[in-house]
Design a protein around this ligand. Structure first.
Ligand SMILES: [Zn+2]
Length: 428
């Protein structure tokens, strides 16, 4: 079944209901329980927004610049995407949030009738400013960074102070200012159904002292985001309601993560984003601290994950939605997912392979195109290569997640998870 974004409006402007709890539906093995610290927070549910519902857990494709790179929104709807996540930082710089407001908001502007998310811009401002990559796992940074690199560096493209951040445009070097209020104003102009509070991103290389300082700044910024959000919601009461999610920081420290959750839980946020520096090996543990501490009834979004195993780690631990740039990013370099792992379409062995990327994939690309043809497009540097590979990869991840949802509802989640991962990573 292909869920199409609904244009119906529900009576409540924003709400979340839990349907099936993993701990009630499936019986994890003793090993699984031990591996997960004795806890499983996973669940299925429905997020209701003014632009339609999101059945959770849900994978949210990333449309950074109000477009999923090389893929039409119509194609993504056909493949089962339920919502899109765009970026406040990029859209503020180009074309300008006022233009999206004039267009009727992000969804209208990009021809996506379903629910939309925008992130606050904090991650991009600070990750680009500190010279880090765009992915949330920063454990691969080669040169150790100190506090000065992210907070005070003169040559850096971002400088954080208690009131906000000065940063330089990645497009032309112009100097700009983001504060919690400015981020809220931009995100209200962008008009997404779900927005995120402006937070300070730290890295695993910052000192404990700096993490504490940054976390306190993020707490104070969260209060300012809520106040500005309430003011704008009243001022723009003719617009569809926009939900605001608080963002939990605290890096790898359990006490800081739990404190951040307790602080933000009382502020009146509609849901929560779990963000910041995370080592892949610690992903599940950190997410679990947060989902244990935050109110169970609120939706939780994990900001920026990358691989199929991360998806299950997130779902096990109670994450309802997550975004990920990997499917389109790797597709543009000719890498495609399959149930038995990832492979590269430019490989010579595909020159005369007239089978689809995956025999079992129901996507548009696999229904109409062969590996040999896709290999040819990549070799010839034709743009349809990226389009067709991206459609397949997005579908692959969307299907894994909707499969996980079905498996939680029918009580066989652990079998589904273990089989999917065993096949994907070619484990015995
Ligand atoms: Zn496919």
């Amino acid at each position: 079944m292909v869920p199409t974004p609904s244009t119906e409006t529900s009576s409540a402007p924003f709400s979340f209901e839990i349907e099936t709890r993993l701990r009630d539906s499936s019986s994890p093995s003793t090993e699984q329980i031990q591996a997960n610290g004795g806890q499983f927070q996973g669940r299925t549910g429905t997020i209701h927004t003014p632009h339609g519902n999101i059945q959770t857990p849900a994978f949210i494709p990333v449309a950074t610049q109000a477009v999923v790179k090389a893929v039409l929104p119509e194609s993504l709807a056909d493949e089962g995407a339920q919502a899109m996540l765009a970026n406040a930082y990029h859209l503020f710089l180009q074309p300008g949030d006022d233009i999206l407001d004039a267009a009727g908001g992000l969804g209208k502007f990009m021809n996506w009738p379903g629910p939309t998310f925008t992130d606050s811009g904090g991650f991009q401002v600070m990750s680009q400013g500190s010279g880090l990559g765009k992915v949330i796992d920063m454990s691969t940074v080669e040169e150790p960074l100190g506090d000065d690199d992210i907070a005070k560096g003169q040559e850096r493209m971002a400088n954080v102070d208690d009131d906000g951040v000065w940063f330089r445009s990645y497009i032309n070097g112009d100097l700009h200012r983001f504060t919690p209020e400015i981020s809220m104003q931009i995100q209200h102009n962008l008009g997404a159904d779900i927005m995120f509070a402006f937070d300070e991103l730290t890295t695993l290389h910052n000192s404990r002292g700096y993490q504490e300082e940054a976390l306190e700044r993020t707490r104070l910024w969260a209060l300012r985001c809520i106040a500005e959000h309430q003011r704008l919601t009243e001022e723009r009461s003719h617009k569809p309601y926009q939900a605001l999610f608080g963002v939990i920081q605290g890096a790898q420290y359990e006490d800081l993560r739990r404190k951040a959750c307790r602080d933000l839980a009382t502020m009146g946020f509609d849901g929560f984003g779990i963000g910041g520096a995370l080592e892949k090996q610690q992903l599940g543990t950190i997410v679990r601290w947060c989902t244990e501490e935050l109110p169970e009834s609120t939706p939780k979004h994990l900001l920026g994950i990358s691989e199929p195993d991360d998806i299950f780690t997130a779902i096990d631990n109670g994450v309802d939605t997550f975004d990920c740039v990997s499917p389109t990013r790797v597709a543009r370099s000719s890498a495609v997912y399959s149930p038995t792992g990832r492979f590269n379409l430019t490989n010579a062995r595909f020159a005369r392979d007239f089978t689809p990327i995956s025999d079992t994939c129901p996507c548009y690309t696999c229904a109409h195109y062969t590996r040999a043809y896709l290999r040819h497009l990549f070799k010839a540097k034709e743009r349809n290569a990226a389009t067709l590979a991206s459609i397949h990869n997005e579908r692959f991840i969307l299907d894994i997640v909707s499969g996980a949802r079905d498996a939680i509802n029918t009580g066989n989640y652990f079998e589904y998870r273990d089989k999917t991962l065993r096949n994907y990573y070619q484990m015995q």
